[in-house]
Design a protein around this ligand. Structure first.
Ligand code: GTP
Ligand code: SPV
Ligand code: MN
Length: 601
């Protein structure tokens, strides 16, 4: 096999912090025997270790050093051009029965899958270093926190995991010596980065993940989509909590009243941007703080939902990020950032489509080729990403480390829809809200391989991430509602509706504060709304649009419910439910029928 990751040889004192937990040692020994690495590198998360790994990565061209005056302690990584996004068609849930994985997941039988993967992994790390990465998801003192270990032969994965998770000694300490303690086993090998030998497999019953053949993002940072969402959602249902593809943000009024909201938008549909929102000038004194930008773990306490962000960093979409659209993200990525698949300028800076200022006259594109503004290709890949510690975010919420989490006042669903779906509306109650989540749809994006711009149903933005049967997932949502004496209100938003001219009707980004403000008003029972067949809608004067340059016509279009479009939409809900083959709970079928009936009233 081609050696895409030659071994490195650390000096004494680096890479030799062996864990004391016997179960971990046994597992690493077993995987070592299988993959036959040159050596084993035990990560402790220290600064010295990080510096060594960066130096070795530079030598092997895994990283490119950027201009340290312009972007201090920041580096560029280029992934294989065949490997630039999550690949849903080779992502599997390996439960004993197909039914447990359900109609929306690829399923494969666990024993057969282990055999197939072990055959691929046999000797796969010859001449390579096997890294053992201990990490914690969640604030260490949270009852929801989980320990994971990722074995990998990729230095890029180790460097990214250090940013994205609480990595190293902190996790070893938290795990302790109990050989029966619960922890997640993650095994990753690049193999030879061949799309035909690329599989991302989850074994929920074994708390195990095996990923081979990729070196990119959600396929290989096993803490993120694999553990925090797919295995996480499986555990959450079993244990009575929720693992969701949601940002968490705090909203503080000028009077100092604070609410938290959680929002599920599909991949590349605006979570990071919403989580870092800066209110427009008109909202003087209002403050938004970020708890998380991608994943929420939530549990019930005192009849309320409380959320923690299991992650420690942001793996965010780069293109479109600018001081105009998202100043907090720009400040976060000015230093200590690992960039993937952006363009490199002649002075060693990074560049991408949508960055402030004019494009460079010449750059090296994400593939490593010469690029000029006349080039037909994009300079940065549409799914190019930054990995940056959440500590870099100037708007980081002060309670982000609070183990008990933050109380959630509202849950927001949203997708990328050019038509049909209004800017914002509110569910009549929890079960109706679950229906809104279950039927949400969005135009596909570059975050996963495949067609872009195709409308697909993506329930709760969890279609690619729910680790079990989607019908049981819907039921779990309904059951959670029954246990909440003080449930969050549920809303649906759409920043992406277009006018007849094909342009976005809504300015988005910071201006989304206007919509958020209405939702907070509703939570405080002081926001006006009109009843529509799909839910409570703001009338134009219920939204604070002062100081916004938008015409009445656009506002009417944004808030409009077109009966013909909705007739089609509701038929598509039925088609979707039917396609799931009878797993959809009766309550949600009823919600659909009631919505149809309300249109006839
Ligand atoms: P994942 O990390 O893939 O889960 O994505 P995400 O949901 O965090 O999406 P992100 O905030 O990174 O935004 C994705 C793309 O949508 C970027 O190119 C943004 O510039 C763009 N975007 C975000 N918010 C808005 C908005 O309010 N309006 C418009 N028009 N575009 C937006
Ligand atoms: C997503 O696709 O939803 C992401 C990026 O957040 S990745 O980590 O690649 O899954
Ligand atoms: Mn995501």
């Amino acid at each position: 096999m081609k050696n895409v990751a030659p071994a490195i040889f650390p000096p004494n004192g680096i890479g030799d912090t062996t864990p004391t937990n016997q179960a971990v040692l046994d597992w690493v020994h077993e995987i070592g025997k299988l993959t036959k690495p040159e050596n084993i590198f035990w990560c402790d998360g220290s600064e010295r270790e990080n510096e060594f790994l960066i130096a070795e990565s530079l030598k092997q061209n895994v990283l490119i050093k950027l201009n340290q005056k312009k972007v201090p302690r920041s580096y560029l990584h280029r992934s294989n051009p065949n490997d630039v996004a999550r690949v849903e068609k080779v992502t599997f849930i390996c439960t004993p029965t197909k039914e447990e994985a359900g109609p929306t997941n690829n399923w494969s039988e666990p024993a057969e899958t282990y055999s197939k993967l072990y055959a691929l992994l046999n000797g796969a790390m010859r001449g390579r270093t096997m890294f053992v990465v201990p990490y914690i998801m969640g604030p260490p003192d949270s009852p929801l926190a989980k320990v994971g270990f990722e074995i990998t032969d990729s230095k890029y994965v180790v460097l990214s995991m250090r940013i994205m998770t609480r990595m190293g000694k902190v996790a070893l300490d938290r795990l302790g010596n109990d050989p029966k303690a619960e922890w997640n086993r993650g095994l990753h090998s690049l193999l030879d980065v061949d799309p035909d030998r690329r599989f991302i497999c989850h074994f929920p019953q074994d708390n195990t993940i095996i990923s081979v053949g990729s070196g990119y993002g959600g396929n290989v940072l096993l803490s993120k989509k694999c553990l925090a969402l797919r295995i996480g959602s499986y555990l959450a249902r079993k244990q009575g909590w929720m693992a969701e593809h949601m940002l968490i943000l705090g909203v503080e009024s000028p009077e100092g009243k604070k609410h938290y909201v959680a929002a599920a938008f599909p991949s590349a549909c605006g979570k990071t941007n919403f989580a870092m929102l800066i209110p427009p000038a008109h909202f003087k004194g209002w403050k938004i703080t970020t708890v998380g930008d991608d994943i929420a773990w939530m549990e019930i306490r005192d009849g309320r939902l409380f959320a923690v962000n299991p992650e420690n960093g942001y793996f965010g979409v780069v293109p479109g990020t600018s001081y105009k659209s998202n100043p907090n993200a720009m400040k976060s990525i000015e230093h200590d950032t690992l960039y993937t698949n952006v363009a490199l300028t002649d002075d060693g800076d990074v560049w991408w489509e949508g960055k402030d200022g004019p494009p460079p006259k010449h750059a090296i594109d994400w593939r490593g080729n010469d690029w000029t503004p006349d080039s037909k290709e994009k300079a940065a890949h549409p799914n190019s990403r930054f990995a940056t510690p959440m500590r870099n975010n100037p708007a980081l919420d002060p309670d982000v480390e609070k183990g008990e989490g933050v109380p959630i006042s509202a849950i927001i669903f949203g997708g990328r829809r050019s038509d049909t779906v209004p800017l914002v509306y509110e569910a009549f109650d929890w079960t109706h809200g679950v229906y809104l989540g279950a039927t949400m749809a969005s135009e596909t994006t570059a975050a996963a391989t495949g067609a872009v711009g195709k409308v697909r149903r993506d329930p709760m933005a969890m279609l690619p991430f729910c680790g079990y049967n989607i019908g049981d997932y819907f039921r779990h949502w309904i059951d959670i509602g029954k246990r909440l004496s003080n449930p969050p209100l549920i809303f649906n938003v759409n920043w992406f509706r277009k006018g007849a001219d094909g342009k976005f009707l809504w300015p988005g980004f910071g201006e989304n504060m206007r919509v958020l403000k209405w939702m907070i008003d509703r939570c405080q029972q002081n926001g006006g709304a009109v009843k529509s067949p799909v839910g409570w809608l703001p009338s134009p004067h219920d939204l604070d649009l002062d100081g916004l340059d938008i015409d009445h016509r656009s506002v009417a279009d944004l808030l409009g419910i077109d009966h013909e479009e909705w007739e089609k939409e509701l038929a598509e809900h039925k088609t979707f439910f039917d396609s799931l083959g009878g797993v959809v709970p009766e309550q949600l079928q009823k919600q659909r029928e009631r919505t149809v009936a309300r249109f006839k009233e």
